[in-house]
Ligand binder design. Structure first.
Ligand code: NAP
Length: 439
């Protein structure tokens, strides 16, 4: 069979890793794909031309014009690894309109424009592979879309941002504050110079919106996700959580409820005995709960040149195997047949239901706790556990930590507002969400 010819847009970390894997494992990959997969062209920046030529030994035709690569007659598949929204979006849509399949690792692009991109791909009968866009090297898209296809997926929860997981691990293990841990992540190359998307939960929400679409058969709805990052988290709360038997992780959670879908990213207490609570450093993990299979956990490298390249190449192999097949017989992009994708309600955060961790700074005198528990009871919130710290020398106020049973967020908001208005409580009350992640 003739080789399948690939045009790479971007030869940075992931582009370089993809090229390396295709070179090193060329023969083995061809044995699996049924034909060779060769990179014929790549688009790079003018200043990178020389370095890229050295790296690829002159075996790829390099260009500084990505459009030229997309349109080239010797490119059958376009692999977008430049990142960003433009020109990536225009180039991806153009490739699809030319009938060329696309592989991309660009979660930001798919989270915002995925519905349009998938619709264009469908219209032109071509595939869009995006395994690399979620959790790097972990084949979670394939697992959800194919391996778990018998199940009604009830919920999933993932550590899907390695940078924030590294920071949280440092805060717990070394007792560091957020800023110090972030600086260390930057020094080690785990965080970008501008880490906003990672530490504010945006990157995790991009990935979560893709996972939720595939899990529940809904459109990609990044704009409806509730997004909170880790920037306000303190080492103190990580320590108190630990004392109560919990770890704090930045989780992306998608949950089906009778009233709609919960779609949220936020720091979350999880029992330390859960495997996912012990996923540390830059590693990623996704826990999926299906009605038939129960809980399954997927763990691995969520970023990096070759782990991410591994996912890109897997999509290329799928495309190589499927070329010429009837589009109607392929695995649908979002796991469900396109006419079966449904616009289910995504609940506003006030309507989610979960358990809570509350930390109050209270005046150390009798009656204060009675007032707080009365307010919680009025909102039908019951307390699961409580921890009261001794006041530091010369301090009048003490930290009181409460874990609640499951309650609606609206009730917790109302209770916190009332608690904060008490003279004996120093505002603000710290509130974190808690998930047991049990079946
Ligand atoms: P990267 O190292 O910055 O590589 C992207 C390369 O594309 C850079 O060399 C960039 O040049 C180049 N580029 C950008 N626009 C271009 C244009 N118009 N023409 C020619 N070259 C252009 O980024 P990366 O880490 O490989 O990430 C690529 C994509 O994979 C992103 O969407 C990212 O979110 C996703 N991803 C990355 C990882 C990871 O581990 N790195 C994991 C999962 C997903 P300049 O730097 O000069 O702009």
């Amino acid at each position: 069979m003739t080789p399948i010819r690939v045009g790479l847009l971007g030869l940075g970390i992931v582009g370089g890793g993809t090229w390396q894997i295709l070179e090193r494992n060329r023969e083995e990959i061809a044995r699996r794909a049924g034909r060779e997969i060769v990179v014929t062209r790549a688009a790079v920046r003018p200043q990178d031309l020389e370095r890229a030529a050295l790296k690829t030994g002159g075996r790829i035709q390099l260009s500084t014009d990505p459009l030229q690569v997309v349109e080239a007659g010797d490119v059958d598949v376009v692999v977008e690894l430049m990142g960003g929204y433009e020109p990536a979006k225009t180039l991806v849509l153009h490739a699809l309109e030319l009938g060329k399949p696309v592989v991309t690792a660009n979660k930001a692009l798919l989270a915002l424009h995925g519905n349009e991109i998938f619709a264009t791909a469908l219209q032109h009968g071509v595939m869009v592979g995006f395994e690399a866009a979620v959790a790097g090297g972990i084949p979670i898209i394939k697992a959800l879309r194919e391996g778990l296809t018998a199940n009604r997926i009830q919920w999933l929860a993932g550590i899907i941002n390695g940078t924030s997981n590294f920071i949280l691990t440092q805060m717990r293990d070394q007792g560091m504050g957020f800023s110090e841990a972030l600086q260390q992540a930057q020094a080690l190359g785990y965080a970008e110079a501008d880490p906003t998307f990672d530490v504010e939960g945006v990157d995790a929400a991009h990935k979560l919106s893709l996972l939720a679409a595939i899990a529940f058969g809904i459109p990609v709805q990044f704009e409806r996700a509730h997004v909170e990052g880790i920037t306000k988290l303190t080492a103190e709360d990580i320590r108190y959580a630990e004392e109560l038997g919990y770890r704090i992780k930045l989780l992306g959670i998608a949950k089906r409820t009778a009233r709609g879908i919960e779609l949220r990213v936020h720091p979350t207490l999880i029992p330390e005995r859960r495997l996912i609570a012990n996923v540390d450093g830059v590693m990623n993990a996704v826990l999926v709960h299906g009605d038939a299979v129960g809980s399954t956990l997927y763990y691995g490298a969520g970023a990096g040149a070759e782990p991410t390249g591994s996912a890109v190449v897997a999509d290329l192999v799928d495309i190589a195997r499927m070329t010429g097949s009837d589009p109607g017989h392929r695995v649908p992009h979002l796991a469900f047949q396109p006419d079966q994708v449904r616009n289910e309600v995504v609940l506003p955060v006030a309507e989610i239901e979960t358990a809570y961790y509350l930390r109050l700074r209270a005046t150390d005198r009798p009656g204060v706790l009675a007032e707080v528990t009365r307010i919680l009871a009025q909102q039908n919130i019951s307390i699961e556990a409580m921890l009261q710290k001794e006041p530091a020398a010369g301090e009048e106020r003490v930290d009181v930590i409460m874990l609640t049973h499951v309650a609606q967020e609206r009730a917790i908001d109302a209770a916190i507002a009332e608690i904060e208005s008490l003279e004996s409580i120093a505002a603000p009350v710290v509130r974190l969400r808690l998930e047991t992640l049990s079946s």
